[in-house]
Design a protein around this ligand. Structure first.
Ligand SMILES: Nc1ncnc2c1ncn2[C@@H]1O[C@H](COP(=O)(O)OP(=O)(O)OP(=O)(O)O)[C@@H](O)[C@H]1O
Ligand SMILES: [Mg+2]
Length: 526
């Protein structure tokens, strides 16, 4: 007990009783109390305003107030001061009623001694203190639960809500009394409610706290992501009585994460595009150097070749009536010079295809011309030709001679690949570029020349040959790459073809067809 004297207010109109209490208090603890006594409730309560009391001892029958009203009036005014009711009436029922109403104790006049009084005073003060600190702690937790941003709810083992904080109620758009007693199925779509119930069951079955980020459908609609922690609730005896969940909205974080992942993917893709572009540049540069060198040599060879050709023409005329052997030699030489001349022309095309003589051409007529030029290659191998032409009335802008050169090479390549016969299909169509096209493919150094939606005239040349092995696919455009025996191919055809097509602003792509054989695709802007 404190060493300081306790301030006790005694409201009692009977002077005799006043004296009795004074004597009893003195006997209980001499000098332990500072007693103030008032004869009416009004005067007594007025004292409360002037002095900080540790205890109020209250008689209920006063001149200005009688019975339980006296206690109610006092309770409304005393704040944290504990009250002991003194009554002349010894009734347990009355005692219980007064304590339930808020008094700390009930003593019957004439039935207590100093020891009992002292004990009652201590208990009253301590009990009041405990009540106050419980109330404060409850207020503290209540304000935490109600004012923190997370939503909090509790359910019993049957999945019925037993509590929901303000944010949970707001998220559901319902007041607490409409939530308590109901289940998830009353508020959420069936599938989602079942998921929540399964989560709760899992918590009960495993006795483990679960923590997940899951989808949530608020009353306002739309989909939100919430971080959820679900755990068990035990009663005072340690029995499991339900589950509780605490969750908070992480939609913004989730969306930011998704944006970062997407940005990362984009970055990875740009990086790989950049690497490919760099590789293409290096290759283009290398090609240009090779081309320049080859063109330089070709230029030097061109004139002597022309002189040899003229000499051969002269000799052929001179020996037109000569012996067959000489004529045979001259024919072989003329053939060799013609081949050399074709190589020189290709070499010159390697560096730059030269100025284009662009005209609106009928692409199908050009293709027919090409098929006539390679007729020998076709018939020799028993290749059949299939034409699948579209109905394009308007022409396509290109250099007829150069495109003919490209198509002759492509058709010749196809025929060479089908030595024992096969089908050469030439297909044309007009169409729009789709978003996933021209993301670079093996065998093409093409950047993204076309954009999704661009209209193109497309030529497809399919053969039924063996196609191209993976190891060769990315060498096709390397100058002089050939798998043909010496004399049968120089390995310049595709390199020159690509130069020509790209100088038209078009694209060439080679890929193996799943059903076998190779498909070459040409795209021209229209
Ligand atoms: N339709 C095809 N089927 C299979 N392989 C092909 C086809 N077209 C091209 N190739 C392969 O690509 C290589 C290069 O072709 P390219 O046209 O550049 O040179 P080439 O035909 O060998 O010689 P040329 O300079 O006379 O054209 C060929 O040697 C061949 O191995
Ligand atoms: Mg070729």
């Amino acid at each position: 007990m404190e060493s300081k004297p306790l301030n006790v207010l005694h409201i009692e109109d009977d002077p005799e009783q006043q004296l009795v209490l004074r004597v009893l208090l003195d006997a209980a603890k001499p000098g332990g109390f500072r007693l103030v006594q008032a004869g009416t409730l009004e005067r007594g309560l007025a004292c409360l305003d002037q002095l900080a009391f540790d205890l109020l001892i209250l008689d209920l029958h006063l001149p200005d107030s009688d019975g339980e009203v006296t206690l109610q009036t006092a309770l409304a005014r005393v704040g944290k001061v504990p009250i002991i009711v003194l009554s002349g009436n010894d009734s347990d029922e009355l005692a219980t009623r007064f304590v339930q109403a808020g008094a700390q104790d009930f003593l019957v006049k004439g039935h207590f001694n100093p020891r009992l009084l002292l004990r009652s005073i201590h208990y009253a003060i301590e009990r009041k203190r405990a009540q106050e600190s419980l109330r404060e702690s409850e207020a503290f937790y209540h304000s935490l639960v109600e004012s923190l941003p997370p939503s909090i709810m509790r359910k019993d083992l049957e999945g019925r809500f037993t509590f929901a904080n303000r944010n949970f109620c707001a998220a559901l758009g319902r007041p607490l009394h409409e939530i308590v007693g109901r289940t998830d199925f009353d508020f959420f779509p069936r599938e989602l409610a079942q998921k929540y119930v399964d989560d709760d069951r899992r918590v009960v079955a495993t006795r483990a706290t679960i923590e997940v980020v899951e989808e949530h459908v608020p009353a306002t609609g739309g989909t939100r992501y919430v971080h959820v922690i679900k755990s068990l609730i035990h009663d005072a005896a340690g029995q499991i009585i339900g589950t509780q969940g605490i969750f908070w909205d992480v939609t913004d974080t989730k969306r930011a994460e998704q944006r970062v992942t997407k940005a990362n993917e984009d970055l990875r893709k740009s990086n790989s595009d950049l690497q490919q572009a760099q590789a293409s540049l290096i290759e283009a540069e290398r090609l240009q150097t090779v081309g320049l060198l080859a063109a330089g040599v070709a230029h030097e060879v061109k004139n002597p070749l022309a002189i040899i050709q003229m000499g051969l023409d002269y000799l052929t005329r001179q020996f037109s009536a000569g012996d067959a052997a000489t004529r045979g030699v001259l024919e072989d030489m003329t053939d060799a010079v013609r081949r050399s001349d074709a190589i020189v022309r290709d070499l010159l095309n390697l560096s730059k295809p030269g100025a284009l003589a662009l005209q609106l051409e009928n692409p199908h007529a050009v293709i027919e011309g090409v098929l006539a030029l390679v007729r020998h290659e076709i018939t020799q191998r028993g290749v059949s030709v299939v034409r699948e032409f579209c109905d394009r009335g308007a022409g396509v802008l290109f250099d007829r001679a150069k495109i003919t050169q490209v198509l002759v090479n492509l058709c010749t390549n196809a025929c060479h690949a089908m030595n024992d016969g096969g089908i050469l299909t030439i297909r044309t169509r007009e169409r729009a570029i789709t978003p996933d096209e021209f993301q670079r493919s093996a065998g093409s150094r093409q950047g993204i020349l076309f954009h999704p939606g661009d209209s193109v005239f497309e030529v497809e040349i399919d053969d039924t040959g063996p196609g191209i092995s993976d190891q060769h696919l990315d060498k096709l455009f390397v100058p002089f790459f050939t798998t043909k025996p010496a004399g049968a191919g120089t390995g310049l055809g595709l390199t020159v073809a690509r130069n020509i097509i790209e100088s038209h602003g078009g694209a060439i792509r080679l890929r193996n067809r799943p059903e076998g054989g190779l498909r070459v695709t040409l795209h021209f802007k229209i």
